[in-house]
Write a protein that binds this ligand. Structure first.
Ligand code: NAG
Ligand code: NAG
Ligand code: NAG
Length: 348
């Protein structure tokens, strides 16, 4: 009798413990500021920003120690010889063993050569619309973009035209290009917008993504495209995920934007991020409505990414001067013929 009573008490305690743990997971001890608080703080801060050389140095060191972006951000012949087992970072117990078939598709060694000076990481947030940031973005030495964004003429003024690295999720290949099982021409043609940049694909994150990624590689190779496909190294994605989890980002998976910002912090001297604004109202005094993307207003799969948490992390780096976040308008071009100094909008 009493034995059974104790056991049932024990299971009640166990259930309570599980509940408490879940609570702390869902509502971590530190409180994420509310949306209004974030927007207020961003608009109070205004355009003022000062570069912090110490912060840049500290973060480069942290990221190099945790994730070694210079060496393992992509799968290369050097870091992944034949026989090497790549463990998928988005699935448990799934792996790909590098074989005679896949090895030749890898680049020889890391294509990122330090020092990269000014890097621009361009998210696709609707906050870019009417920002006039295209010129600023194109001025960077290395421009990274997320998920094959449209770069047509209508967006040029706000997002620029140059690209050095663009990410492509296998799911886009599937949805937008019928998995490349039918016509491949529309894929090859739409990829011309990215010139001769790197196409960065998480081919070894989820098993269903491997086939479409390899097909994208072969399609571009057959078309003698100037683009170079890079496969994201699952170890890099995993270690960057752990790095940000340790700093309070509770997402099942980081957004592409935060991966790229981490890569940039690890290899660039100066990082500016654009188009990161996961809120429906702008940081301007009028709180103008902001669409989800600069090119449409389709919402992503909810709960998958923790965008406001990611934003808060990047905003902290911005206020410390480690990277610069643009959520405002970029300075207008100088008047015709004028060679005017670029103004820093501190109100001075
Ligand atoms: C510069 O960065 C360092 C390291 O992240 C930080 O401790 C320091 O407070 C920052 N300085 C300013 C003025 O924010
Ligand atoms: C891989 O290809 C090389 C040269 O094409 C060949 O010598 C080697 O036996 C192959 N290895 C396997 C495991 O098939
Ligand atoms: C590749 O680049 C070269 C030189 O910039 C250019 O002439 C050529 O048309 C490009 N090829 C394709 C397929 O875009």
């Amino acid at each position: 009798m009493s034995g059974r009573c104790c056991r049932s008490k024990l299971s009640v305690w166990a259930a309570l413990c599980v509940l408490v743990l879940c609570w702390f997971y869902v509502f971590p001890v530190y409180r994420l500021p509310s949306y209004e608080e974030i927007v207020d703080e961003v608009s109070r801060q205004g355009h003022a920003w000062r570069k912090n050389h110490t912060g840049i140095h500290v973060y480069r060191k942290l990221l190099t120690e945790c994730c070694d972006p210079q060496r393992i951000f992509a799968v290369t012949k050097e870091n992944s010889p034949i026989g090497k087992v790549l463990w998928y970072d988005g699935e448990l117990y799934k792996s790909h063993t590098v074989s005679n078939d896949t090895y030749p598709l890898f680049v020889q060694d890391s294509p990122l050569r330090r020092p990269l000076k000014k890097c621009a990481v361009v998210g696709n947030g609707g906050v870019l619309r009417h920002s006039g940031c295209g010129r600023d973005i194109d001025d960077a030495d290395f421009v990274m973009r997320c998920n094959l964004p449209p770069l047509s003429k209508e967006y040029m003024e706000d997002v620029g035209t140059r690209t050095h690295l663009v990410t492509a999720n296998p799911s886009i290949i599937e949805k937008r290009f019928q998995n490349l099982l039918w016509s491949r021409r529309s894929f090859v043609e739409s990829m011309q917008a990215y010139g001769s940049s790197y196409v960065y694909m998480p081919a070894f994150s989820m098993q269903p993504g491997t086939e479409p990624s390899l097909r994208a590689y072969h399609t571009l190779a057959d078309a003698r495209s100037n683009l170079t496909v890079l496969f994201a190294h699952p170890d890099f994605l995993r270690s960057v995920g752990a790095f940000w989890r340790g700093r309070g980002v509770h997402a099942r998976r980081l957004s592409t934007g935060l991966f790229l910002a981490s890569l940039a912090l690890g290899v660039c001297d100066e990082v500016t991020v654009y188009g990161f604004w996961p809120f429906a109202a702008g940081p301007d005094p009028g709180r103008r409505p902001v669409s989800h993307h600069y090119y449409d207003d389709v919402l992503p799969y909810k709960w998958f990414h923790a965008m406001p948490e990611e934003f808060v992390q990047l905003w902290r780096l911005h206020t410390a001067g480690t990277l610069r976040m643009r959520v405002d308008q970029c300075s207008p071009p100088p008047p015709d013929g004028g060679e005017g100094e670029e103004r820093v909008g501190t109100g001075g």
